[in-house]
Design a protein around this ligand. Structure first.
Ligand code: GYE
Length: 343
């Protein structure tokens, strides 16, 4: 069996093992065909082999952000005529490592993954490098001993998000005219990039404002249930002594809100609520006045991912860091005509 046949065989084995996603494949194939008809060019004449096979390991489905991100990547793969092997690691790094190993075994053209944490990727990425498969980081960053194991990172500027959250709080403090602001922070997954950088950006920005004090920082793992648990404990300890909740994502915020209300406080009024992501559900709560500010983090990274994967397959250079444009939404703005968020 020559190399091409063996590659094809691997891919076929890979696809049947992976997909309950036949529909997606079919959609991808149709898009490819349509693209070929419209542009007058097809990938490889006389071959049903997809032009590009992309293996993507998603870290889980902990939030509306994550679900929206997965959906966008699936949709954009179809639109770009890219065949996608998608695996969901259900919040476990070992599942992600196993998925990447499978992508290597199937000889995909490009590997992409959203690393749940920053550490622990050296070995598997060296294996990908030895196999000559380029790797794209989506959403979160990693820390490796050896450099050059990945080609690029497509994801938000989390530090800037933390800065935007703090800048809102400083404006709000001016408006409230308070000289002491007691903040509790509910953070995302320990050792993840958004957790580290959302915290750093926020802290660096409030550091020189003598009114601000973070009285407690607790870990909510980006989960609604943990956000609720954390808030319950915080209220038990600090009661009416909490002026601000700074939560690293919408899910934890939504969990915390229910606890705040149950304890008899009015979120958005008695306690200033600052969140990150900007999913539809949280935006609706912001509009109702129970959240004060949400910093946007967009999960719509699919198009950039597909374009980057294509470039890598063609041996072209890619930008090493791609941040999407992001803004914030707050009670300072008129949000009546805000377009649907799509996640
Ligand atoms: O903010 C959160 C999700 O890594 C940007 O992960 C992502 C974060 C997002 O669970 O909701």
């Amino acid at each position: 069996m020559n190399d091409r046949e063996s590659k094809k065989k691997h891919r076929q084995a890979g696809r049947s093992a992976f997909f309950g996603k036949k529909v997606l494949l079919l959609a991808g194939a149709c898009m490819l065909l349509l693209f070929g008809v419209l542009t007058g060019c097809t990938a490889k004449e006389g071959s049903e082999e997809p032009e590009l096979l992309l293996g993507f390991s998603q870290l889980g489905s902990e939030s509306a952000w994550r679900v929206g991100n997965t959906r966008d990547i699936e949709k954009k793969a179809g639109e770009y005529g890219i065949s996608l092997m998608l695996e969901n690691a259900n919040q476990k790094q070992e599942n992600q490592i196993a998925a990447i190993r499978r992508f290597i075994a199937y000889k995909v053209d490009v590997i992409a993954f959203s690393p749940i944490v920053e550490e622990g990727w050296d070995n598997v990425l060296k294996e990908a490098k030895d196999a000559g498969i380029p790797v794209i980081l989506v959403d979160r960053d990693i820390n490796t001993e050896e450099k050059g194991l990945t080609t690029c990172l497509i994801g938000a500027d989390f530090y800037k998000e933390g800065v935007m959250a703090a800048e809102y709080l400083i404006r709000k403090a001016d408006q409230l005219g308070k000289d002491h602001i007691k903040i509790v922070e509910i953070t995302g997954t320990e050792d993840s990039t958004p957790m580290r950088k959302r915290q750093a950006g926020f802290m660096d920005t409030i550091r020189n404002d003598s009114r601000m004090e973070v009285i407690k920082s607790v870990n909510g793992d980006f989960l609604k249930s943990r956000g609720a648990e954390c808030m319950r404990e915080l209220l038990k300890t600090y009661g009416s002594g909490i002026d601000v909740v700074y939560s690293h994502n919408d899910e934890m915020t939504l969990g915390a809100l229910a606890e705040i209300e149950q304890a008899g406080y009015r979120p958005g009024k008695d306690i200033v609520i600052i969140s990150i992501d900007g999913g539809q559900e949280a935006i609706d709560v912001l509009k109702s006045g129970r959240i004060n500010c949400i910093v946007e983090c967009t999960p719509m990274l699919g198009s950039t991912l597909m374009e980057t994967a294509k470039k890598l397959k063609n041996g072209e250079k890619v930008d090493t860091l791609i941040h999407p444009e992001e803004r914030y939404f707050s009670d300072e703005q008129d949000l009546t005509n805000l377009e649907p968020r799509g996640y």
